[in-house]
Design a protein around this ligand. Sequence first.
Ligand code: AMP
Length: 143
Amino acid sequence: MSVYKKILVAIDLTEEAPQVLEKAVEIGKQHDARLLLAHVVEPVGYAYGGDIPMDLSELQDQLDKAAREQLAAYGKQYGIPEDNQIVTVGRPESEIHHLSEDQGVDLVIVGSHGRRGIQLLLGSTANGVLHGAKCDVLALRIN
Ligand code: AMP
């Protein structure tokens, strides 16, 4: 019997993403689960405190498009169909929570650098996802 039927893997589109993705695909296969691939594009306005008098919507659209293209490339490489690729805009932790609830996911997979001390206090995405998640969360150690 497969424990997990619907798994969401969240990736950040850095060079570390394939490490997370490769294991997530294997775990998905072992559970015969549907695997959703998600990336959250952070709103560009946030970086400037959100109050600069400039229209950033074009830049946001470009980031969104680039993320979709990158997910499509990973989807092709790892056999994840387009219907299972999701790009949203927002704060990664809260968007991952929303997505996992909306999609009825029973496992979320994220990467983790295994930081300690002050870096752990400052928080990581994996930590943020774990706190407040309504389903299981698997943090894969990134080397
Ligand atoms: P970080 O704590 O930012 O180093 O990220 C650790 C892990 O959180 C990554 O390996 C991804 O699994 C996930 N993550 C971080 N940022 C995003 C993002 N923008 N969209 C989706 N997942 C993310």
